[in-house]
Ligand binder design. Structure first.
Ligand SMILES: NC(=O)c1ccc[n+]([C@@H]2O[C@H](COP(=O)([O-])OP(=O)(O)OC[C@H]3O[C@@H](n4cnc5c(N)ncnc54)[C@H](OP(=O)(O)O)[C@@H]3O)[C@@H](O)[C@H]2O)c1
Length: 424
C-alpha cells in the first residue's frame, strides 16, 4: 500500500518514523507493506526520517498521483485539510487523519463522501492519541449498549489541573498555564484546550460512535477550566475529591446528554488517578461493565501509533467500523436532554460576610427547592468573612441555577458563587 504523508510536523514525523523503524515487523504481521511514496508539506521537512522520500509543497497534488493509495492528512485545521480530504476521497483514495476538529465539524459529510466512493476515512488518532478508544467502542464493545462514557481527553487541561492541585493555593491558573506553555504542553493560544473546545471535538466523536449518532458538536455543553480558583483545589482535597476536566456523554431514557466541564471526582475513583498530560476514557457497556483505557493523549509517537494502526487496518483490508464510517448516512439523531433537566451533585462555594443567620438563610434557599446536602463546611477567609462550602445530592441543573441566582442576591454574599459538578 502506497501512502502520502501530508503535513511533516509532529505527527507526520512520528508516523514516518514508526513506519521506518517497524517496517519489518509491520510487514510480517500484516503480510502487506506500507510505503511512503511522497511527503507533502508547506516547508521542506528537515527531519532525518524524511531523507530519501519524494517531497512536494503542493499537498493537493497527492490526490492526482497513481502511486498513492492512501492520503494521511496531518496538516490540521479545517480549511485546506477539508479540501484535501474531499479531493482524496473523490479520487478514490482512503484517508487517515488525526484531525478531531475536522471530523467533529464536517465528519458526517466526509463519511458520506467516503461511502459514495467506496473508500474509507479513518480517525483513531483524532481522540486521545495513543489510546485505541475508537476501536474499543466500535469493535471490542460492538455487542454492548453503551450507557455512558466519561473521559479526561485533553492533556493540557489535565496537566494544569494536576499542577494546581499539587502546588496548593499558592499558584493561580494563569501561572500554571504559563508553565505548561514553557514545557510545550500548551499552545501559545491555549483557548481550544483550556476552554474545552478541543475536548468537545473529541467528545462529539466518542458520543457519535458510542450512541450511533451523527456528529453533534453544537449540542455539547462546554465549560472550560479558566475560572477555577486555587481555593477550590484546597476544598476539593479537604472534601475527598480531585478536580478533573471531564467530557461526559450519557444516554438515558432515550435522551442524550453531552457535556465538557470541570468536575469534582472522588479521590478513590479511577479517573482521579489520571494525572499530568495523561488521557483516559471510562466506558460503560451493558454487558462488559466499566472499561478504562488510559495512556498518552498526544505526541509524535503516541499519535503516530494510532495513525499507523489505521494504516494497518487498511493494508489488511479491514471493513470500516460500525457507526460513523460504514453507515453514517443512516444514523438518526436522538433527542438531547435540555441542559436544565440534566441532574448531578454540585460543589458550591459561597463567599459571605459573617452576619447572624447567614448559614440558615443559605440552607433555607436550598431547602425550599428540595436540594439536600451531602457535605457542608464553613471556613474563615478574613475577619468577618468566610466561605460556606457545600456538596449537594443530585439535583437538576435548572434548579441549582435558580438557587445560585437567589444566593447571589443575598446582601451578605460578597462574590460570585462558584459551582462545580460532582462526578459519581
Ligand atoms: N501533536 C499532537 O500530539 C497531536 C495529537 C493528536 C492529534 N493531533 C492532530 O494531528 C494533526 C497534526 O498535528 P501536528 O501536531 O503534527 O501539527 P504540526 O506539528 O503543526 O504540523 C503540521 C504540518 O503541516 C504543515 N501544514 C500545515 N498547513 C499546511 C498547508 N495548508 N499546506 C501544506 N502543509 C501544511 C505544516 O507546515 P509548516 O511547518 O510549514 O507550517 C507542518 O509541517 C492536527 O490535526 C492535530 O490536531 C496532533
Amino acid at each position: 500500500m502506497k501512502i502520502a504523508i501530508c503535513g511533516a510536523g509532529t505527527v507526520g514525523q512520528g508516523v514516518t518514523q514508526i513506519l521506518h523503524d517497524n517496517h519489518a515487523l509491520i510487514t510480517a504481521r500484516t503480510g502487506g507493506t506500507i510505503e511512503v511514496t511522497v511527503v507533502a508539506s508547506r516547508s521542506v521537512p528537515t527531519d532525518q526520517v524524511f531523507k530519501g522520500v519524494a517531497y512536494t509543497a503542493d499537498i493537493h497534488s497527492v490526490c492526482r498521483r497513481d502511486d498513492v493509495d492512501v492520503v494521511v492528512e496531518l496538516i490540521g485545521g479545517t480549511t485546506d485539510a477539508k479540501v484535501l480530504i474531499e479531493a482524496a476521497l473523490g479520487a478514490g483514495k482512503s484517508v487517515v487523519t488525526a484531525n478531531k476538529a475536522l471530523i467533529a465539524e464536517y465528519g458526517d459529510a466526509l463519511f458520506a463522501l467516503a461511502a459514495k466512493h467506496e473508500v474509507q476515512l479513518r480517525y483513531e488518532a483524532a481522540v486521545a492519541g495513543s489510546i485505541p478508544i475508537i476501536k474499543v467502542i466500535q469493535e471490542s464493545l460492538a455487542g454492548n449498549q453503551i450507557g455512558w462514557l466519561a473521559g479526561i481527553i485533553n492533556g493540557t487541561a489535565n496537566f494544569i489541573l494536576t499542577e494546581m492541585a499539587a502546588t496548593g493555593p499558592t499558584r493561580t491558573f494563569d501561572e500554571v498555564l504559563q508553565e505548561a506553555q514553557t514545557l510545550g504542553y500548551a499552545e501559545a493560544d491555549p483557548t481550544f484546550d483550556v476552554e474545552g473546545i478541543d475536548a468537545a471535538h473529541k467528545l462529539t466523536i466518542l458520543s457519535a460512535i458510542a450512541f450511533d449518532q451523527p456528529l453533534r458538536l453544537d449540542r455539547v455543553e462546554i465549560e472550560g477550566i479558566s475560572s477555577l480558583d486555587p481555593v477550590d483545589f484546597k476544598f476539593a482535597r479537604e472534601l475527598g475529591f480531585k478536580i478533573k476536566h471531564l467530557g461526559v456523554a450519557r444516554c438515558q431514557a432515550g435522551q442524550l446528554e453531552m457535556s465538557v466541564h470541570p468536575s469534582f471526582v472522588p479521590m478513590t475513583a479511577i479517573l482521579a488517578q489520571i494525572d499530568g498530560v495523561q488521557n483516559a476514557v471510562l466506558v460503560c457497556g451493558d454487558a462488559a461493565g466499566e472499561i478504562l483505557c488510559a495512556g498518552a493523549g498526544a505526541g509524535a509517537g503516541p499519535t503516530g501509533s494510532a495513525v499507523v494502526s489505521d494504516l494497518i487496518d487498511l493494508v489488511e483490508g479491514a471493513a470500516p467500523g460500525g457507526g460513523l464510517g460504514a453507515r453514517a448516512a443512516a444514523l438518526k439523531p436522538l433527542p438531547v436532554r435540555p441542559p436544565a433537566e440534566v441532574a448531578s451533585s454540585y460543589y458550591l462555594r459561597i463567599s459571605v460576610e459573617d452576619q447572624p443567620g447567614v448559614m440558615s438563610a443559605v440552607t433555607s434557599i436550598l431547602a425550599r427547592r428540595t436540594i439536600s446536602l451531602d457535605k457542608i463546611l464553613q471556613e474563615d477567609i478574613a475577619p468577618n468573612r468566610s466561605f460556606i462550602v457545600l456538596v449537594t445530592d443530585p439535583i437538576q441543573h435548572g434548579v441549582i441555577a435558580e438557587a445560585i441566582n437567589e444566593l447571589q442576591e443575598m446582601s451578605s454574599v460578597i462574590a460570585p458563587v462558584q459551582s462545580i459538578r460532582v462526578f459519581r
